[in-house]
Design a binder for this molecule. Structure first.
Ligand code: ME8
Length: 512
């Protein structure tokens, strides 16, 4: 059976500074989805990378006394190092300064031009370098003599220059139609926001700049570079071989299944991008998912407040898998969520150390001592045993449905219900007492518990790949039997097990 293609992307970050926990959050969530689909036998392509052009990059580089390319090289390496430290399993790390991306962006431009959607005019209006976005006058406000964007609070500057425009207005009706039904943008609440943005129609969009030169040159007019969002959005096509639309990768992976992005950039992905794609004669991605923002102790992260969290510090303090688990379990994907050291410690100690870690530890150490370190033989199952096993075996379908909607918190909550049931089952069955009174029954209880752990560990692999690999090693599940298709392959009694070891230690404050 050939496996179905699945193409998923993150936003590509501006490497004008260091990566922060917001970037880590988006990349971890997308990685978890890519891993889930691979375990579910999909043919996955996962794209991430850096968005290196634009005025913000050029201005930051000038301030630092570097060229924009030097700044991009230095910081793209840091973003890639963050992804590697977080075990992000991307198939390609795209940099918008890659040569094939120039070819793809220029082809996109030519297609839009051939469709009659690009014309030369003059831009006069407000521009926010921080947001790399144009704002209409009524989207700005003046405070203490300085003009800001109302929605994002960033400073805007008056810009007047010759510019190419894209006929966005032409696509207003088609966009309204797109938002008349559910499906394209998730979660649902974002659909209303976008419909609201379009209610007074859409103005054509300025898509080139002449006041700086750090960008992809406009085909046929070297005085202009493309507006950074035109080239940035095209990365999703470059990543699968565009302009070779007949090529194997493009025919297989386009349209993408999910563009995973933050809520602040939904306008670009859900209005501009569909219009560019229609103009270029290409299909739309199946879905854009705009996740929420991660706040630090309830506050917005900002350099001036000094609360920007470096993901590598969190990994060294708490460990990678606990961090990955925390971010997806604690925050409803799609809504804003808060990171705090206290909350992550609580999750580690309750969900990981007390619940799953302890279940594995106490059952497997009994197996080691009382069953010669082998998967125990089991006798007839009681109603309790069957109910316990059924609860574990019936996790897969609803968990997969949760994942398909990127409802990670729901999937994990569902799985941890079963972990809690298993702890209650273990305590109620009292296998340590059965050891003296009914050894066969003890073995059956230990078998049932080990089976539940196998199913849970298999399903949780995408979220905590390293720890769940260790847990499956402790159950001697061979590495080629860890796909979801093999969830029904029960442990075989008599299989030799390695000596058990703890997987999730409690978090203790370091002693000074
Ligand atoms: O927007 N919490 O780049 P970027 C959660 N280059 N997510 C956050 C966040 C936070 N506190 N802060 C940022 C760009 N993000 C463009 C994208 S895509 C073709 C071009 C998310 O570095 C943000 O919403 O500002 C975005 O999805 C991603 O991090 C990169 O943000």
């Amino acid at each position: 059976m050939t496996s179905q293609p699945y193409y998923i992307t993150t936003a590509i970050a501006y490497p004008n500074g260091d990566p922060h926990i917001g970037h880590a959050y988006e990349h971890i969530a997308t990685d978890v989805m890519a891993r889930f689909k691979r375990l579910d036998r999909y043919d996955v392509r996962f794209l991430t990378g850096t968005d290196e052009h634009g005025q913000k990059m050029q201005t930051t580089a000038q301030k630092l006394g570097m060229s924009a390319k030097e700044l991009a090289d230095q910081n793209a390496a840091r973003f890639k190092a963050m992804d590697d430290a977080l075990e992000i399993s991307y198939d390609r790390y795209i940099r918008t300064t890659d040569a094939d991306h120039y070819t793809a962006s220029q082809e996109m431009w030519k297609r839009m031009e051939e469709a009659g959607d690009i014309y030369l005019d003059k831009y006069e209006g407000w521009y926010s370098v921080r947001d790399e976005a144009f704002y209409a006058e009524d989207e700005t406000e003046v405070r203490d003599g300085i003009r800001y964007s109302v929605t994002t609070g960033t400073e805007v500057e008056w810009t007047e220059e010759e510019s190419y425009f894209f006929r966005l207005s032409k696509y207003a009706d088609r966009l309204k139609e797109l938002y008349a039904t559910e499906g394209f943008i998730y979660p649902e609440s974002r659909r209303n926001e976008l419909a609201g943005f379009m209610k007074d129609g859409l103005n054509d969009l300025s898509i080139s700049r002449t006041s700086f030169d750090w960008g992809v040159p406009v085909p046929g007019n070297d005085k202009h570079v493309m507006y950074v969002w035109v080239d940035a959005l095209t990365n999703y096509l470059t990543g699968i071989g565009f302009p070779d639309t007949d090529g194997e990768m493009f025919t297989k992976y386009w349209p993408a299944n999910y563009h995973v992005i933050g809520k602040d950039i939904s306008r670009f992905h859900a209005i501009y991008w569909p219009a560019f794609l229609w103009s270029a004669g290409l299909e739309l991605p199946r879905r854009v998912f705009a996740h929420g923002f991660l706040l630090v102790d309830g506050e917005k992260m900002s350099k001036s407040v000094g609360n920007v969290v470096d993901p590598s510090d969190l990994v060294s303090t708490f460990g990678l898998d606990p961090l990955r688990f925390f971010l997806l379990r604690e925050v409803t994907f799609g809504q804003d969520g808060s990171y705090s050291a206290e909350a992550i410690k609580n999750r580690i100690n309750s969900d990981l150390a007390n619940d799953l870690g302890n279940l594995a530890q106490r059952s497997l150490s009994m197996v080691a001592k009382n069953c010669e370190g082998k998967v125990p033989e089991f006798g007839e199952f009681t109603a309790e045993d069957r109910a316990m096993l059924d609860a574990a075996y019936s996790l897969y379908e609803p968990v997969r449905a949760d994942f398909d909607e990127l409802a990670f918190h729901k999937a994990l909550e569902r799985i941890w219900h079963v972990v809690a049931d298993a702890n209650r089952y273990f305590t109620a069955q009292e296998p340590w007492k059965l050891r003296k009174t009914d050894e066969n029954r003890m073995k059956t209880v230990l078998y049932v518990t080990a089976e539940v752990i196998r199913v849970v560990a298999t399903l949780v692999q995408p979220v905590m790949p390293g720890s769940m690999a260790k847990m499956l090693d402790l159950l001697a599940v061979s590495p080629d039997a860890r796909q979801f298709a093999q969830l029904n392959k029960s442990l075989v009694p008599g299989t030799e097990l390695p000596a058990p070891s703890g997987i999730f230690p409690r978090y203790e404050e370091p002693k000074n």
